[in-house]
Design a protein. Structure first.
Ligand SMILES: [Zn+2]
Length: 306
């Protein structure tokens, strides 16, 4: 499935832990470049020294940034969930049930309860990043069941990164068909956050570099890019008659729901969406779930008589 607008690759930039400098430093830099990014915030840290406040969280959303769920207390689930591996399913049946119940309650508290708290503060939550990227399978499943797209892979930028490692990462990010979710904690040395980037100049450089490649790179929030990918993977063309199709969702329960996807054409056609001829960008065009797409072969121009 092609990248939106027929671009080469897709990128979401995410910031973890709700550090004060995300609001003070990162947001203005992103705005300068017209980039929308995702900020993963842990409920229990909001308003603590060095962290963002509820007012700042709300202001970021108002300015077009996405706020994502980064759990209630930042507990690493891989360590906190109790393992039942050594127990015998027959002898320890009750004990296993008790542990599973305890694990489930803990996951509800860490992952699901924050969504409601954010919503009570007017914040829409569509994505989740696990604390410490600790993501047991049952936690990923529960997150999706509760309508949040989990971050299950990422490319990190850390203290040790420099122009050289950035160039390498950028190469990979721009590779045709790639979807990268960038993860940054501290924005610049001395401004708070885990493994901060070496300095503010480096942060500004990498953001400017992504913008420079925006002709090839589709950049948006994690909610938008992950929804796009999920929807694209679940979209299918149902043939209605010859050269006429309907864009359908294979699984109507996808988190992203109905919406726009970019389609690629093989061959030369005029494209009509719901009866309207549409303009193409190269071989690509956009359509939404439920649209009827009709392809009309271009008439070959008859060779001129000698
Ligand atoms: Zn974190």
């Amino acid at each position: 499935m092609p990248v939106p607008d027929g671009k080469d690759a897709m990128l979401a930039i995410t910031f973890d832990d709700g550090i004060k400098s995300h609001y003070d430093i990162a947001v203005p830099v992103l705005e300068k470049h017209g980039i929308k990014a995702t900020f993963f915030v842990t409920i229990n840290n909001i308003g603590k020294p060095g962290r963002i406040t509820w007012e700042q969280v709300q202001d970021m959303q108002k300015r077009g940034m996405e706020i994502g769920n980064h759990a209630m207390t930042h507990a690493h689930l891989g360590k906190t969930l109790i393992n039942t591996k050594g127990l015998n399913p027959e002898i320890d049946k009750i004990k296993i049930q008790q542990i599973q119940k305890k694990n489930h309650d803990l996951m509800l508290f860490e992952l699901i309860a924050p969504k409601k708290i954010f919503e009570d503060h007017g914040i829409t939550i569509r994505t989740l990043a696990f604390a410490g990227n600790s993501r047991p399978r049952e936690a990923v499943k529960l997150t999706k069941e509760n309508g949040m797209l989990p971050r299950v892979f990422e490319t990190g930028y850390y203290s040790k990164d420099d122009e050289k490692s950035h160039a390498k990462k950028l190469d990979k990010i721009l590779k045709k068909g790639n979807y990268t979710i960038l993860m940054i904690h501290g924005v610049a040395e001395g401004t708070g956050g885990w493994s901060p980037l070496r300095n503010l100049e480096f942060f500004e450089n990498i953001i400017a570099d992504f913008t420079k490649h925006s002709d090839r790179l589709y950049i948006d929030t994690m909610a938008e890019t992950s929804s796009y990918r999920e929807r694209a993977e679940n979209s299918t063309l149902t043939e209605l008659k010859n050269n006429e199709y309907r864009l359908d969702l294979k699984n109507p329960d996808t988190i992203s729901g109905a919406g726009k996807v970019t389609l690629a054409l093989n061959g030369t056609y005029k494209v009509f969406v719901n009866g309207q001829e549409i303009s193409m960008s190269g071989t690509f065009f956009n359509a939404s779930t439920g649209d009827v797409i009709r392809l009309a072969p271009m008439k070959e121009t008859a060779p001129e008589a000698p």
